[in-house]
Design a protein. Structure first.
Length: 143
């Protein structure tokens, strides 16, 4: 895992393919790592984080992520060899069970991930995802 964007993409590959070993290889092994799933309380520690992803992956028949609005900030700022990367993006998600069109649904989340450079490459330190509310406001003229 030579760079932070490769590690970031591998995270989504792990979820899409249900690869718990790949997922485990992407996280720093530390009691202070954290993950916040949409609508859930924060999880602390690599064991809790990985357990949550294993359960999620085991209970999703099909999931695919289309990432948009990807932005990266590295620290120390301006460094030739950064040690921390903050990646934010919009996750456009397609998921479902079965093969019929009615079995699929979609959603959007905004996600921020913090990756740190470890001796073995870039690893996740923290991840937080929240749903994007789509507000439908009627125009006063059409009401």
């Amino acid at each position: 895992m030579s760079d932070y964007l490769t590690s970031h993409r591998l995270f989504y590959d792990a979820v899409e393919t249900g690869d718990a070993d790949l997922m485990a290889s992407l996280w720093v092994d530390d009691a202070d790592t954290s993950c916040v799933h949409p609508g859930a309380t924060p999880l602390r520690g690599t064991a809790q984080v990985l357990r949550s992803w294993t359960v999620l992956m085991a209970n999703v028949g099909y999931i695919q992520f289309f990432l948009t609005d990807v932005e990266v900030t590295t620290f120390p700022r301006g460094a030739d060899e950064p040690t921390t990367a903050v990646v934010s993006c919009t996750e456009n998600i397609l998921s479902g069970e079965g093969l019929s069109a009615e079995a699929f649904s979609g959603g959007k989340l905004v996600c921020t991930s913090i990756l740190v450079k470890e001796p073995g490459g870039w690893k996740f330190w923290s991840r937080h995802a929240s749903p994007i509310a789509e507000l439908h406001i009627e125009d006063e003229d059409s009401a």
